[in-house]
Design a protein around this ligand. Structure first.
Ligand code: SF4
Length: 285
């Protein structure tokens, strides 16, 4: 796979024509703030939106609509001859497309796969449209708040993983000589996205995916309130721990939350789990 990196001055030969070729056959992850935002745009509760339109426990949009571009099914939010039914609340992946976004060494990079823009093949009409710089394109798509939401949830994921580390390293689990918890972290990393979602008890999935937060305007505020809810729940539950088995269960649970959230922002649970196991091992020797 060729990945082409772009800087903000590169020119994109397109504006999005909204013909919907980009709304077929894709994988669109959504973090909990994006879920709240898209559900609001649809006029549904997050619970109802997930039931009807999401896979993997609420972190991916279903693509099971009518077959269209390249014989691929459309997104659950796509309406033929109209376009996106939740345009105002569409997630970051849709706003960025055909660009991807990655953070390396604390620097944001915008990328696309291959040497040619996929839109040139999917929507040849884009050649007749005005060119945008990457910066102008991002502004046109109002990505700022959504990029911030993504970065905020990266931090939430790290905070949950830190709790798993604390439970493992600072409470006697590592000292007990048992490697069970780390084996289970690895197993979680090898689960399919649905298996990982299903491995999380319902009461925790509820607070991870459907936090009771009504103000969704500011993603930073939303993520901050969300992690506070999660950490309070963990504190209330884990203060009752009296045995190593309960400690191990708590440690594995927190890791499953972190990995599920990782999936929701497009990170790879498998490599994260491997990395975190190695880190925990190196700190426990
Ligand atoms: S959410 Fe809207 S823009 Fe995104 S893939 Fe679905 S229909 Fe297309």
């Amino acid at each position: 796979m060729i990945v082409t990196k772009l800087n903000l001055l590169d020119s994109l030969p397109l504006t999005c024509s909204r013909t919907g070729t980009c709304c077929h056959g894709k994988t669109v992850h959504i973090n909990p703030w994006e879920l709240a935002t898209i559900a609001k745009a649809k006029g549904l509760s997050t619970q109802d939106f997930v039931k009807e339109f999401c896979d993997w426990g609420g972190i991916k949009l279903k693509f099971e609509g009518a077959i269209g571009y390249k014989n691929q099914p459309s997104c659950s939010q796509y309406i033929e001859d109209f376009g996106c039914s939740v345009h105002e609340g569409r997630p970051l992946a849709c706003r960025l497309y055909p660009l991807g976004r990655q953070i390396q060494h604390n620097k944001v990079q915008y990328i696309h796969e291959g040497e040619n823009f996929p839109c040139l093949e999917g929507c040849p009409v884009v050649t007749e449209l005005p060119s945008f710089t990457v910066e102008e394109y991002l502004q046109d798509q109002s990505t700022k708040r959504y990029e911030s939401g993504q970065d905020n949830y990266l931090e939430v994921m790290q905070q949950l993983a830190e709790v798993a580390f604390e439970l493992y390293l600072d409470n006697g689990l590592a000292d007990s000589g048992s490697s069970e918890a780390l084996e289970k972290w690895k197993t979680l990393g090898s689960f399919s996205p649905s298996e990982l979602a299903d491995s999380i008890p319902l009461e925790w999935r509820e607070v991870l995916i459907h936090p009771a937060i009504t103000n969704i305007k500011n993603p930073s505020e939303f993520a901050h309130q969300h992690v506070t809810l999660l950490l309070h729940k963990a504190q209330a539950k884990f203060q009752q721990i009296t045995t190593l088995t309960q400690l191990e269960d708590a440690c594995v649970l927190m890791m499953s939350l972190a990995l599920h959230l990782a999936q929701s922002i497009g990170a790879h649970p498998h490599s994260l789990a491997e990395h975190w196991v190695e880190t925990a091992q190196s700190h426990s020797n």
